[in-house]
Design a protein around this ligand. Sequence first.
Ligand code: FE
Ligand code: FE
Ligand code: ZN
Length: 276
Amino acid sequence: MLNIGCHLSISNGYEAICKEALGLGANTFQFFSRNPRGGKSSPVSPDDAKAMEVFMSENSFAPVLAHASYTMNLCSADEKVRDFANRALKEDLEKLEMIPCNLYNFHPGSHVGQGIEQGISFIADALNNAVTENQKTVVLLETMAGKGTEVGRCFEELREIIDRVNFSDKIGVCLDTCHVFDAGYDIVNDLDGVLAKFDDVIGLERLRAIHLNDSKNPMGSHKDRHEKIGEGYIGLDAIVRIINHEKLKNLPFFLETPNDNEGYAAEIKLLREKVL
Ligand code: FE
Ligand code: FE
Ligand code: ZN
């Protein structure tokens, strides 16, 4: 069974969003851990968390994925921005312990000219400050497109961060298909080679989720513009090979394509039909 969902926003609580996802043909979903512009995060109602747990188990949901806000830059050159990001990371992880969500994804950050080494070191410090030994949540570093000074544009940079985290069994990776293609990894013509490289550098056991997106730009563009499934440079055939790949097919897949709910439902239906 293909575990697939899309990005949805929490408006009426966690059980409501599970129902919304199921209505779209999904059995998981991704949501922002807080308002995407940053700001204060809303409290969790224990009744809602319990209802979410029951609903997820009754409907065979795969793990759901919380996405940190895009503005959380753990390696900013501005100390105030870094402090805010560090607080947000800690708060997000504390909150996630209260709901049945065991995956949290974040963009490693942009080093804004301080250099990759400084960037990696700030990110590892932040993780060491926030990740606890007994937390349920696995924290995922997202593979990035390499736009501007983004950290995480190659597998080696992610590996370097993981190596510096104390409780590194709590750290995994979320592979974004648009981003890795944009970063220059040829998942269209050499998916096996890219996965072998991932395994070699990071280890496939760290790979816990896939952001499934097509790309508006050719391989290696470093632009990070997502496209609808089958309408970009990755194309439907390559995406079908990804969801059916022996080493990937049991992971949860999350669509972040430019769609409304109707568009997401159509993509989920299409991809379910393409399962071999
Ligand atoms: Fe992301
Ligand atoms: Fe993504
Ligand atoms: Zn993106």
